[in-house]
Design a protein around this ligand. Structure first.
Ligand code: B12
Ligand code: SF4
Ligand code: SF4
Length: 314
């Protein structure tokens, strides 16, 4: 069996849903321009880490000497359908789907390390590699699109026509030369459902994205107070936002996550907002240990809970 085929089969056996290969050359010029344009506008808000390491972000070869290929992988994170109790008087906050699982950075890195171990059994210890899951400055969507995992939609998500866009991305950059895959042809045509669904107008009809207005940015990344005109649009979204993803026709009727090892916490789908306000640091650590929400910290979680409570009781 050919090397690339063996690697792809192994990736699927390990529990990835998507795998494709691209070379380690810089991302395409059009993507470089879009990224540079976004960074030079005020649309990157206060994510200063996005402004550093531009040369690496656009070029995987700057992250690993003599890099030849990038294996791009995806894991479907569409959660099971949450059962709601319409009679419950508990005031709850919605947690974005991705954060209802164990921290995907940790889970995916574990699988990627197993893939690299397999690569080493095939090609030997001389392999040089770098594993990335949102952990290195790298334009992950642009590379995944070039490796044929999907196309980039107007909602800015990497969308796979068979699985939708609730797909986590990760990469193995290595000095192993491998045959590359082709990008897919699908595009967004005559549709603005994601734009219309965005509660804060962070997404624009021309495809521009103002992170400073995005609920995901405001509830997860933003430090300090949230401006009242944006806070009132947050509704009861206590952590992240899925509106532009769920509005997309490419997300309707997509299969759920089938990786049984990827721990899902049903109790994290909806959280009791009043109870959040009572949490001590110790309770917070116990309740959210190993989740993406742990990174937020209790202070900002309480800030978000207060906003959600004000929105649903006003
Ligand atoms: C910074 C960041 C954020 C920021 C800013 C989001 C953003 N759109 O830039 C915030 C905190 C808001 C955020 C939110 C979310 N994020 Co985020 N985020 C990132 C991160 C670290 C960098 C993204 C980036 O480079 N932004 C800069 C902008 C310019 O890039 P971009 O939007 O991806 O645009 C690229 C292309 O889309 C294209 N482009 C630019 N403009 C336009 C316009 C049109 C019309 C088109 C077609 C293309 C296009 O050019 C750009 C360069 O390649 C990546 C991990 C990584 N290292 O890549 C994860 C990542 C993008 N996030 C991810 C996820 C899951 C989310 C959320 C769904 C989480 C949630 N539910 O709350 C939301 C989705 C919001 C959205 N619609 O983008 C996943 C996305 C997986 C996927 N299938 O696409 C990633 C890849 C993490 C991962 N490893 O899985 N995120
Ligand atoms: S995540 Fe929510 S707020 Fe951000 S662009 Fe999408 S719909 Fe708009
Ligand atoms: S909702 Fe429509 S415009 Fe937005 S990403 Fe999906 S297909 Fe594209």
């Amino acid at each position: 069996m050919k090397l690339a085929e063996a690697l792809k089969n192994k990736a699927m056996d390990l529990g990835f849903d998507l795998v494709g290969i691209t070379d380690a050359s810089p991302i395409d010029n059009e993507q470089v321009e879009l990224l540079a344009g976004w960074l030079s506008s005020d649309h990157a808000a206060r994510m200063d880490y996005m402004r550093s390491n531009f040369d690496k972000r656009i070029n995987p070869a700057k992250l690993l000497e003599n890099a030849q290929s990038v294996i791009c992988l995806g894991i479907n994170y569409k959660p099971p359908i949450a059962k709601e109790n319409p009679n419950s008087s508990i005031l709850t906050g919605k947690v974005a789907h991705y954060a209802q699982y164990e921290d995907y950075h940790v889970f995916m890195k574990k699988l990627l390390r197993q893939l690299v171990e397999f690569m080493i059994t095939l090609v030997g210890q001389s392999l040089h590699f770098k594993i990335c899951v949102d952990s290195a400055p790298l334009a992950e969507r642009a590379l995944a699109a070039r490796a044929g995992l999907g196309f980039i939609g107007k909602n800015h998500m990497l969308i796979n026509p068979q699985l939708g866009s609730q797909i986590f991305l990760g990469e193995v950059i290595s000095d192993l030369k491998l045959p590359i895959d082709k990008p897919i042809e699908t595009k967004c045509i005559n549709c603005n459902k994601c734009v219309d669904a965005c509660p804060t107008k962070a997404l624009r009809r021309d495809g521009r994205f103002d992170a400073g207005k995005c609920i995901s940015y405001l509830t997860i990344e933003h430090k300090g107070d949230i401006p009242p005109q944006l806070a009132e649009k947050i509704g009861n979204r206590i952590f992240g936002c899925d509106e532009c993803v769920l509005a997309c026709k490419h997300q309707t009727d997509m299969p759920q996550c089938k990786n049984e090892n990827f721990k899902f916490f049903v109790e994290r789908a909806r959280v009791n907002l009043e109870k959040i306000l009572e949490l001590t640091e110790k309770d917070f650590e116990t309740k959210f240990a190993g989740s993406a929400m742990e990174r937020l910290g209790l202070e900002r979680l309480k800030r978000n809970a207060k906003i959600c409570l004000a929105n649903i009781t006003s």
